[in-house]
Ligand binder design. Structure first.
Ligand code: GUN
Length: 295
């Protein structure tokens, strides 16, 4: 079987086209959507993510603010910055890049972000709204996966979706979203994780298998049903002396062997990756639209 490749670049380009139109409409009404990203410290991976978010904002014609705070920032200083961004009418959405330096209390920071500006969808109010099926924002990575599924024509209604991984950022919200009524959902959902007994016997039942456990090439062909759709959210850097950098990115799925068994699959890199920033931008545009409706 030749698997269809579901490519985040293609799906995200389509969504960016739609976002540009919504941004133009907002600007015609005098509103420029504004997104701020707070980066505390100098974690190298976080610096890359934050730079990419700022660049994408600018390329869409949105206002982009990057707030850089030193690694020894106190909880009080960070909370004061969150308060300032909550009040800033030119900033429609913002996020605090995680992980924070270990002396800072992430939960207190997330709880302080105004739910109406919480474009990460990490605030308990927004997480709860996703669970009850009345979302304001959607968490970026699961929303990106759902858009890839919808826009590549994969049927989800009545299908068995198996989610590998129970993180608050991917696995749990993914499961909640696929359970809801509606397009790209209406699925029967099973969540499996590191403590699940005989995990392959469950993943082999999946019509759609979503994988986010942070273990390089964990999913092998014996764990996948013939013709399944496999969505790989993993990004793991592994050593590879044959590669110019000495390392390369692989997913949580052993792509080379699994691709011959499935009907569709997302590669790593080039699969889910580009969707996360895309859906963050979608949340920022939504936040600006909501704010402009309130004016
Ligand atoms: N660190 C890694 N991914 C994310 C994300 O989506 N949001 C935030 N705030 N921090 C992250």
């Amino acid at each position: 079987m030749t698997a269809k490749l579901i490519l985040g670049k293609e799906v995200s380009e389509e969504i960016y086209g739609e976002l540009r139109q919504r941004i133009d409409a907002l600007k015609a009404r005098g509103v420029t959507p504004g997104l701020a990203v707070v980066l505390v410290g100098e974690d190298p991976a976080s610096q890359v993510y934050v730079r990419k978010k700022g660049e994408m904002c600018e390329s869409l014609g949105m206002k982009s603010v990057t707030v850089r705070m030193p690694a020894d920032t106190t909880q009080e200083e960070l909370m004061a910055k969150v308060d300032e961004l909550n009040r800033d009418p030119t900033i429609h959405g913002f996020l605090v890049q995680l992980p924070l330096p270990s002396h800072l209390d992430e939960e207190q920071v997330i709880n302080a972000i105004s739910p109406s500006k919480d474009v990460d969808c990490f605030h308990p109010t927004n997480v709860g709204r996703v669970l009850i099926g009345n979302p304001d924002f959607l968490p970026a990575t699961p929303a990106g996966v759902q858009q890839m599924i919808i826009r590549s024509g994969v049927e989800t209604s009545g299908k068995h979706v198996v989610v590998i991984g129970r993180s608050n950022i991917v696995g749990k919200p993914m499961a909640a979203m696929m359970l809801q009524r509606g397009l790209g959902a209406d699925s029967t959902v099973t969540v499996v994780h590191s403590r699940t007994k005989d995990l392959p016997s469950i993943t082999r039942q999946a019509d759609i298998l979503s994988v986010a456990i942070g273990k390089p090439r964990f999913v092998t062909p014996d764990m996948v049903k013939d013709g399944a759709v496999v969505i790989d959210v993993g990004t793991n850097r592994i050593e590879d002396p044959t590669h110019p950098k000495g390392s390369r990115l692989v997913g949580d799925v052993d792509f080379d062997s699994v691709k011959d068994k499935v009907s569709a699959i997302t590669p790593v890199p080039g699969g889910v990756g580009p969707m996360t920033i895309c859906m963050l931008m979608a949340n920022a545009v939504k936040a600006a639209e909501r704010a402009s409706e309130r004016c």
